[in-house]
Design a binder for this molecule. Structure first.
Ligand code: SF4
Ligand code: SF4
Length: 183
């Protein structure tokens, strides 16, 4: 791993490093993660800015940001980072920290989306997008936003009507069970 720059994020930097298993201090603000982030246009802080908040020890801003809940864990940022920082892992770590500290969410929809996503993975061993989106829409009463995109996504094979259960669903459920035990 590359040598970290000695940023002064103190406790926040140390905790994110420990929880994510990567070195956020190595970030030199090239912004490659941000330019490749599909959720970037809707974020209040771009991924590189979230890294900067960590360097500055700005815990309230980092854990209270919309960005960590809009992150889709696509890992494009991780793949693009020249310093081999697992930026997606950093976003994961910040979400977990926000939940642990009961940080007030800027937008409750992010947490609902996260719950529906994880519920789908737990049930099927992988995400079943159609079912997950139905659960999310029902939980927010926002039934019609984006509905016009569904036919095109179906036509392009981006959405399946029926779930395709993973052969490893038992192992996935075991992971959830252990995580709950640890909590
Ligand atoms: S993992 Fe999250 S932060 Fe990284 S590129 Fe994807 S959406 Fe953006
Ligand atoms: S790509 Fe890596 S080094 Fe560049 S800003 Fe993002 S986290 Fe920092």
């Amino acid at each position: 791993m590359n040598d970290p720059i000695p940023w002064n994020g103190g406790g926040l930097l140390d905790e994110v490093r420990r929880r994510s298993g990567t070195e956020p201090g190595a970030c030199f603000q090239c912004h490659k993660c941000s330019t490749g982030c599909p959720a970037g246009p809707d974020m209040d802080f771009l991924p590189s800015q979230v890294l900067r908040l960590i360097h500055l020890g700005a815990e309230e801003e980092a854990l209270g940001s919309r960005a960590i809940w809009l992150c889709a864990s696509c890992e494009a940022c991780t793949a693009r980072c020249p310093m081999e920082i697992d930026v997606a892992g950093v976003m994961d770590a910040l979400r977990i920290m926000a939940v642990d500290r009961r940080t007030a969410l800027p937008d409750a929809r992010g947490k609902r989306f996260n719950r529906c996503f994880l519920g789908s993975v737990r049930r099927h061993g992988r995400v079943y997008e159609m079912g997950m989106m139905a659960a999310y829409k029902l939980s927010t009463f926002d039934l019609f936003t984006d509905v016009g995109k569904v036919p095109r996504m179906l036509a392009q094979g981006k959405l399946a009507i029926l779930p395709n259960r993973s052969g490893g669903v038992g192992q996935v459920r075991e992971i959830f069970r252990r995580a709950e035990e640890e909590e």
